[in-house]
Design a protein around this ligand. Structure first.
Ligand SMILES: Cc1cc2nc3c(=O)[nH]c(=O)nc-3n(C[C@H](O)[C@H](O)[C@H](O)COP(=O)(O)OP(=O)(O)OC[C@H]3O[C@@H](n4cnc5c(N)ncnc54)[C@H](O)[C@@H]3O)c2cc1C
Length: 426
């Protein structure tokens, strides 16, 4: 079947958070909206966000401070974020019956702790404003004429035309949810410059077997230094999780962008300071006191008074220390000092990042120089909106990705809705 009549004011391609927001908002303002989604269901990625709890935004209500988390693009983003900020996200969801709560590092979650409730709220929003949704509808191309987009073509041959189009097909992270980079191919064909996507907010790999053996161990408030040629290049404090391939946890995920860049220049080493608030001399005194009280014990049996058991056993067993079978009274001053040093500088090589399947975001996409950020339209095609993860915007974890989707979706939906109503008024 082929449809070429202009039935819709706005066609949104992709039913993730940014697409649902744009579709709902434009329809709320009176536009006839069609939402095309290639999956059987909308919002598959949204439903798994935040480990199923959905870190929906970050409760930093000062726009400038909020945008400090977007180091490469903060200047571009001031305009859209001043139109729809984290504060507006709170109002939007709370008005729709979804109260939010704020946790550590200002991360906001639905009070119900269910990502599915965020999805249901968005689904109710688009339904309430009569957005027409077509699922199992994979868009394969956009047709252009005279510098404008005129229609979308689906892989089954159907074609729909509209006044405005919004591309919200996501990036390439977690492709099993539908974000397979289709939008990048479509935009590339239209002449847009697409920054190459790389896995971002992603765990790091190491070849050090002792790290793999600690899989499941979590350390809170550690300092990690990423070093190159002996020099500290990145330093962060936070939570680390050891895994069977390397390291993960918020500190690691939020370092992955810079670490990947460093890896391009040469080998990178991670160094964990297990006692970031204690000077080496003070730590040595603490260890000495502990040794004095446990002279006849085996080191590996009493060291868990200082560190989680698995980590304590790993450290004393490291080949460069080889202290695991030793009793305390046989340990020399030099050996103790070496042990203390190790706790302040526990190093292992970083050999790479995991892939897109384990990444929270991919940092490529349409370069912002080609987007009019006042209303989220393409500078090449003024009736094409570009949303969410289709844009090349690096940011950390903490609710910043979804806020970027709510913002870009709302700004685009408002612009399209207002333009359509202005046309109707004549
Ligand atoms: C495991 C995980 C956890 C996360 N947790 C958080 C979190 O807690 N907080 C946070 O801020 N961010 C989180 N993120 C990131 C966040 O989910 C994304 O930034 C966000 O979903 C991007 O939304 P989007 O609308 O741009 O695209 P997506 O959510 O990727 O949606 C794109 C949609 O477009 C559809 N589509 C693709 N191609 C086509 C096509 N050709 N035709 C039709 N439809 C198409 C897809 O099927 C999909 O439904 C997480 C990501 C992952 C992977």
């Amino acid at each position: 079947m082929k449809t070429t009549t202009q039935t819709y004011d706005l066609i949104v391609i992709g039913g993730g958070p940014s697409g649902m927001m744009a579709a709902g908002r434009a329809a709320e303002l009176g536009a006839r909206v069609l939402l095309l989604e290639k999956n059987k269901h909308l919002g598959e990625k949204l439903k798994i966000t935040g480990g199923g709890r959905c870190n929906i935004t970050n409760a930093e209500f000062n726009v400038r401070t909020f945008l400090e988390n977007f180091p490469q693009s903060k200047e571009f983003l001031f305009s859209p974020f001043s139109k729809f900020s984290a504060k507006d996200t709170f109002v939007f969801f709370e008005e729709k019956g979804l109260p939010l709560v704020v946790e550590a590092r200002k991360r906001a979650f639905p009070a119900s702790q269910k990502a599915f409730d965020v999805f249901l709220t968005m689904e109710k929003y688009i339904r309430a404003h009569r957005v027409k949704v077509e699922k199992n509808a994979r868009v394969s191309s956009l047709k252009k004429k005279d510098g404008k987009i005129v229609s979308v073509k689906l892989s089954d041959g159907k074609e729909y035309s509209a006044r405005y189009f919004a591309l919200a097909t996501g990036g390439t992270a977690a492709p099993e949810t539908g974000s397979t980079g289709d939008g990048f191919k479509i935009l590339s064909k239209l002449g847009h410059i697409i920054a190459k996507p790389n896995p971002n907010i992603v765990p790091l790999k190491t070849s050090a077997k002792w790290v793999h053996d600690l899989s499941g161990t979590t350390l809170s408030f550690m300092t990690v230094r990423f070093k190159q040629n002996g020099k500290t290049k990145i330093k962060k404090t936070g939570k680390i999780l050891f895994t069977h391939f390397g390291v993960s946890g918020p500190l690691i995920l939020n370092s992955s962008y810079e670490v990947r860049k460093l890896l391009k220049e040469g080998p990178v080493e991670a160094s964990i300071d297990l006692f970031p608030d204690t000077e080496e001399n003070d730590l040595d005194r603490r260890v000495q006191n502990l040794f004095d009280k446990n002279k006849n014990k085996k080191l590996k049996n009493m060291f868990s008074e200082l560190l989680p058991k698995a980590l304590a056993e790993t450290i004393v067993g490291l080949p460069e220390l080889e202290l695991s079978q030793r009793t305390i009274n046989s340990i020399t001053r030099e050996e103790r000092k070496k042990l203390v040093k190790k706790m302040k500088d526990l190093t292992f090589p970083i050999t790479g990042t995991l892939g897109f399947d384990k990444a929270i975001i991919a940092d490529g996409g349409v370069i912002l120089e080609e987007v009019d950020l006042k209303n989220m339209t393409s500078k090449l095609y003024p009736n094409l909106y570009l949303l969410g993860d289709t844009l090349s915007i690096n940011r950390p974890s903490g609710g910043f990705s979804l806020q970027m989707c709510w913002t870009t979706g709302f700004v685009a939906g408002t612009d399209a809705g207002e333009k359509v109503t202005a046309l109707l008024r004549g």
